[in-house]
Design a binder for this molecule. Structure first.
Ligand code: DX5
Ligand code: ZN
Length: 232
């Protein structure tokens, strides 16, 4: 299993979002995505309250864990009460769990939840939506292993990339240590990935641009999302 938080990351990491996978063949799609060069899998959880959609629960995360025992699972909780899902998703095999700054009562609340996840052996992540000003998240990023900048309004895959969020990504990047990841989620495709990477993003979530292609295109797409090898 990779360590996404290594300080010596050579190229951006690619995390296919299983939200866009074929739910009738989810285990095969997870295995095929990893065999096509993905670094980890992104699991999008929606509660129909924080976002206007329902997606999947811990049982689906557990099925992905069974299908891919050695794969890092990056769980994104788009939910109003993330704390109630920490243990169910830890028990379902989640390696990282991210929750939204928009549902935090205070900076201390975010820090307390990060500590709770760490105490469970789970890497904590914090997420910011496109309309939310970056000042909401900057004071707490030090407490997290990953910071996820949403480049669509959460709830559905296949939406258009919102480039304005890259200004926030640059501001957040200034505060991150080499062992912290800056992640982006929404509308990531070969056309938009370079913009994100140029803004300091080093973990890219992509759903429809991967799973929306024929399976024999996935390796090429993943490689093109990562961008050119650095000429070190
Ligand atoms: C939004 C979801 C999507 C998904 C990726 O709530 O979080 O961003 O992961 O969707 P695509 O890559 O299809 O835009
Ligand atoms: Zn997501």
């Amino acid at each position: 299993m990779i360590d996404p938080f290594t300080s010596s990351l050579e190229r951006p990491l690619i995390a296919p979002s299983i939200l866009a996978a074929d739910f009738a063949n989810l285990g095969d799609d997870c295995r095929a995505a990893m065999a096509s060069g993905a670094d980890l899998l992104h699991v999008d959880i929606m509660d129909g309250h924080f976002v206007p959609n329902l997606s999947m629960g811990p049982a689906v995360c557990s099925a992905c864990r069974q299908a891919c025992p050695e794969t890092f699972l990056d769980v994104h909780l788009m939910v109003t009460n993330p704390q109630m899902f920490f243990k169910p998703f830890h028990d379902a095999g989640a390696n990282a769990i991210s929750f939204h700054i928009e549902v935090m009562d205070s900076q201390q609340h975010a820090r307390d939840l990060a500590d709770e996840l760490r105490s469970m052996g789970v890497n904590p992540g914090i997420v910011i939506n496109p309309p939310t000003e970056v000042e909401k998240i900057l004071p707490v990023v030090d407490a997290f292993d990953l910071v996820l900048v949403m480049s669509v309004n959460p709830g559905f895959g296949g939406q258009a990339f919102i480039p304005e969020v890259l200004t926030k990504a640059k501001a957040i990047k200034q505060l991150l240590k080499p062992t912290q990841r800056l992640e982006i989620d929404g509308g990531i495709a070969p056309q938009t990935a370079p913009l994100a990477i140029d803004s300091g993003i080093d973990l890219l979530v992509a759903g429809s641009s991967i799973f929306g292609q024929p399976r024999d295109q996935w390796a090429h797409t993943i490689e093109s999302l990562r961008g050119p090898k650095s000429q070190k």
